[in-house]
Write a protein that binds this ligand. Sequence first.
Ligand SMILES: NC(=O)c1ccc[n+]([C@@H]2O[C@H](COP(=O)([O-])OP(=O)(O)OC[C@H]3O[C@@H](n4cnc5c(N)ncnc54)[C@H](O)[C@@H]3O)[C@@H](O)[C@H]2O)c1
Length: 316
Amino acid sequence: MPRTIAIAGGAGFIGIAFTYEALRHYPDDRIIVFDKLTYASDRNALLEAEKDSRFRFILGDISSSEDVNSLFKEEHPDIIVNFAAESHVDRSIESPALFMRTNAEGPAVLMAAAVKYGLERFHQISTDEVYGDLPIDSNESFTEDSPIRPSSPYAASKAAADHLALAFMRTYGLNVTITRCCNNYGTHQHSEKFIPTVIRNAIAGNPIPIYGTGKNIREWITAEDHAKAVLAVIDRGKPGEIYNIGSGIRISNLELARTILSLLGKDDSLISFTTDRKGHDRRYSISSDKIRNELGWAPEDDFLSSLWKTVRWYAG
Ligand SMILES: NC(=O)c1ccc[n+]([C@@H]2O[C@H](COP(=O)([O-])OP(=O)(O)OC[C@H]3O[C@@H](n4cnc5c(N)ncnc54)[C@H](O)[C@@H]3O)[C@@H](O)[C@H]2O)c1
């Protein structure tokens, strides 16, 4: 029996990669993208998916009960994967209430409808940022059992959704799973984000803004590897479980900017240090032993060649 999988936020950076992976991975299922098309989305990136008769795009807001109820009444989803979010930390520092509305209230509206209409599975896309940060020189990594200590309004709003998902399972018996992934890179990301900003400025010969000393460490994975990990959790993940998704590739913002500059044949003179972000997390590092050992997932993409593909895509 073909299922209907609704991807909320499927017109955004990672949602696009997931939509194409899902169309390939579930050849018999219907794939629906439900997205509000905010400034961060890229609707044109789904034009190729439109050619598949199993695909459908629906314009809608996860925070609107009306939009969400009509999604359930008209499309009868079996599974919802929720990528929809406001995703830019700097914007969350300016507009925290918008982040709570989209990132916490939105999932609550989706899950309330999921309970009402009897959804098979609700999968919440979370982030490693919910754990907060580690000292720069730490060798530790966060596990799924680490306490939640978000630093930014963005991370706090994502943490709220994680708590809500687990509460919906306990209170209403909704079948939920959660994944917490590290930083993603790849095509179709909005130009305000770090890697597109570095590439764009490097190509134009403009200063490349780096917060503080540039020593902050992030763990990087391709959007495709993230998407495949989410598919593994949908297929084999256990109800109520949280899975970290990490690559083990940990690099400082400065080193990453330098690597991109060298891929573009440019020197470091364009790097320009700026006033640090408020509350800037120092080091992210997650253990993804659980998903690797229990579900048999592992990242496939090589860092330098994937970064080079990404650089070439933005360079046009
Ligand atoms: N980008 C990363 O490095 C990263 C890392 C870990 C987790 N995540 C999580 O992955 C998810 C996707 O991130 P992204 O980088 O692709 O974000 P993005 O900002 O590129 O895309 C978000 C998408 O959600 C849609 N959207 C926003 N508000 C909506 C609403 N109210 N209703 C319906 N759709 C709405 C937007 O139109 C957009 O298409 C987010 O939940 C984010 O927290 C991102």
